[in-house]
Design a protein around this ligand. Structure first.
Ligand code: NAD
Length: 254
């Protein structure tokens, strides 16, 4: 029970990686706010956690809306007395070459994936500064470090999430708040179902030393490590959970 009595928010907690993170925190004793824009799947995630004896609360949030984000943090503090950990997993996929992407799509992806992460991390940090401690973990991506064709706005947003993580770590270290990012490679979730064609999958299998996609649970394991006491001196770090993708170049049989 590493997270007994801890108050945790997981944005995007209704699906995929966020849901696996919310479930794992609850399993380890935390009280989890499952915060998502999709009411139905949020309710479903909360019921699944409760059915296994965990403690979870549904909160409907649009991470790109400052008022909605503040309400999410206020509801959490009202319900649980404080906020110890926030994991920012909410995001939308986007497949388009830079040359083709519309202004509207660019703005939507940046607003949710980058500005949304900023708004949630900022609102949580203000609360944590008052409390004197906290953990912030942002879901970045290998797309934030390496340029993968056809992921224009998504890649730019994730690159922004990585630098947001570093500047927040620099500014919040003296406040006893750590800020880190997780950079997954491909993970089998609804988002990937939508983004990856058979050709995309084939390209990934060629590029991955560990020749498979990750399971959401494997990303959750790394996230809980960064939130744990064992990681208390780690901040401003980007932890790749990518099957070795970032470490390698050309892969071929000799
Ligand atoms: N799946 C992958 O291969 C992969 C790889 C690298 C990084 N990531 C990142 O991990 C995170 C989770 O991805 P996933 O694959 O679990 O995605 P997912 O689509 O399964 O889940 C994303 C969740 O975010 C919610 N959401 C979307 N817009 C929102 C908004 N405006 N406000 C609140 N909630 C909103 C959705 O309703 C959904 O429940 C994302 O940040 C994603 O970019 C995923």
């Amino acid at each position: 029970m590493r997270f007994k009595e801890k108050s945790v928010i997981v944005t995007g907690g209704a699906s995929g990686i966020g849901r696996a993170i919310a479930e794992q925190f609850a399993q380890e004793g935390a009280t989890v706010v499952v915060a998502d824009i999709n009411r139905e799947s949020t309710q479903d995630a909360v019921e699944a956690i409760s059915a296994r004896g965990g403690r979870a609360l549904p909160v409907n949030v649009d991470v790109s809306n400052p008022k909605s984000v503040q309400e999410m943090v206020d509801t959490t503090v009202d319900a649980n007395g404080r906020l110890d950990i926030i994991v920012n997993s909410a995001a939308v996929p986007s497949v388009s070459k830079i040359i083709d992407i519309s202004f509207e799509t660019w703005n939507k992806v940046i607003n949710i994936n980058l500005t949304g992460t900023f708004l949630c991390a900022q609102a949580a940090a203000r609360c944590m500064v008052d409390a004197g401690s906290g953990r912030i973990i942002n879901l970045a991506s290998v797309n934030g470090q390496r340029a993968i064709t056809g992921r224009g706005a998504y890649t730019a947003a994730k690159g922004g999430v990585i630098m947001l993580t570093r500047i927040m770590a620099a500014e919040l270290g003296p406040e006893n708040i750590t800020v880190n990012a997780i950079a997954p490679g491909p993970v089998d979730t609804a988002m990937v179902e939508e983004m990856h064609t058979a050709a995309t999958r084939e390209a990934w299998y060629r590029a991955l030393p560990i020749k498979r996609y990750a399971k959401p649970q494997e990303v959750a394991d790394a996230t809980l490590f960064l939130a744990s006491d064992e990681a208390r001196y780690i901040t401003g770090h980007v932890l790749n959970v990518d099957g070795g993708f970032d470490a390698t170049g050309l892969l071929f049989e000799l």
